[in-house]
Design a binder for this molecule. Structure first.
Ligand code: CP
Length: 308
């Protein structure tokens, strides 16, 4: 089995299949043990530094630490509420925060920011989203959800839908799925296609991928439909966002086209890309996916701190 003790979690590409299974099995065990009082991280402190908005990632990391008996220090609007607002560098922030805690979780708008923090800090650093780059812990909870919902991680067709250019969750999830026998269909408007370096890396690893703009066709053959938001905050030209928003809507008329058992996922937040009428469809897994994020982040805290 892999060993994550003391490691930074910066990109989905750092994981072997063995390490993914270690995290998934640990999360599964924690899900089963949630009713017990877990005191495995008593005496440990987690720092969460969020320079971009978040509901799920920050709160699930913090809830995970509390559930494990540890403590949390947090800056939720770090851009304005930390000394970054006075011009402090990210490296100096990292060298300061590490004096107070055992582990840093950071979200920041710049690609590569978590790597920069990891290079400055001597304690483990977890990337909670670096701009349009990576979101590896989301990918882990996503693949965990696919495993739990579908019962397997092989012989699956997964359609990744929406803003694949800016969507860090799909950048990370496609890398993790590429470790397994999974076919990927990327569905986006051409202006929001998956960055070519990502598709090239997947093809170089012999991952079966297809690119299309046709959601209705993909819906017929997919085991999983992973839907993402068009990310307004990443557009330089607001009129381009206005042109592309609403490109894909999953509603009950699309659900009628699914093969039996198709699972609908979304990293959330959603805007209009999944109609609330779909929420009662049994395969709508996006709130179960949120819950899985708690188990995965508990597993990561334990593994990185060497307490699993
Ligand atoms: N999925 C996700 O990263 O959600 P938040 O932005 O709310 O953390």
């Amino acid at each position: 089995m892999g060993n994550l003790k003391g490691k930074d979690i910066l990109t989905a590409e750092q994981f072997s299949q063995e390490e993914v299974w270690l995290i998934l099995r640990t999360a599964e065990r924690l899900g089963d043990e949630m009713k017990k009082s877990l005191d495995l991280l008593r005496g440990y402190i987690l720092a969460t530094l969020f320079f971009e908005p978040s509901t799920r990632t920050r709160l699930s990391f913090e809830a995970a630490m509390h559930r494990l008996g540890g403590e949390v220090i947090s800056v939720a609007q770090a851009k304005s509420a930390s000394s970054a607002a006075k011009g402090e560098s990210l490296a100096d922030t990292a060298r300061t925060v590490e004096q107070y805690c055992d582990l840093i979780v950071i979200r920041h708008p710049q690609i590569g920011s978590a790597q920069e923090v990891a290079e400055a800090a001597s304690i483990p650093v977890i990337n909670a989203g670096d701009g349009a780059g990576q979101h590896p812990t989301q990918a882990l909870l996503d693949i965990y959800t696919i495993w739990k919902e579908c019962g397997r991680l092989e012989d699956l067709t997964v359609a990744l839908v929406g803003d694949l250019k800016h969507g860090r969750t799909v950048h990370s999830l496609s890398a993790l799925l590429g470790l397994f026998d999974v076919r990927l269909i990327f569905i986006s408007p051409s202006a929001l296609a998956t960055p070519v370096e990502i598709t090239q890396r997947l093809r170089a690893r012999d991952v079966e991928i297809a690119e299309s703009e046709d959601l209705a066709a993909a819906a017929l053959e997919s085991d999983v439909l992973y839907v993402t938001r068009i990310q307004r905050e990443r557009f330089e030209d607001p009129s381009e966002y206005e042109r592309l928003k609403g490109s894909y809507i999953v509603d009950n008329s699309l659900v009628q086209r699914f093969k039996e058992g198709t699972v609908v996922m979304h990293p959330l937040p959603r805007v209009d890309e999944i109609d609330p009428e779909v929420d009662s469809y049994p395969g709508a897994a996006y709130f179960r996916q949120v819950r899985n994020g708690l188990y995965i982040r508990m597993a990561l805290l334990l593994l990185v701190l060497g307490k699993a």
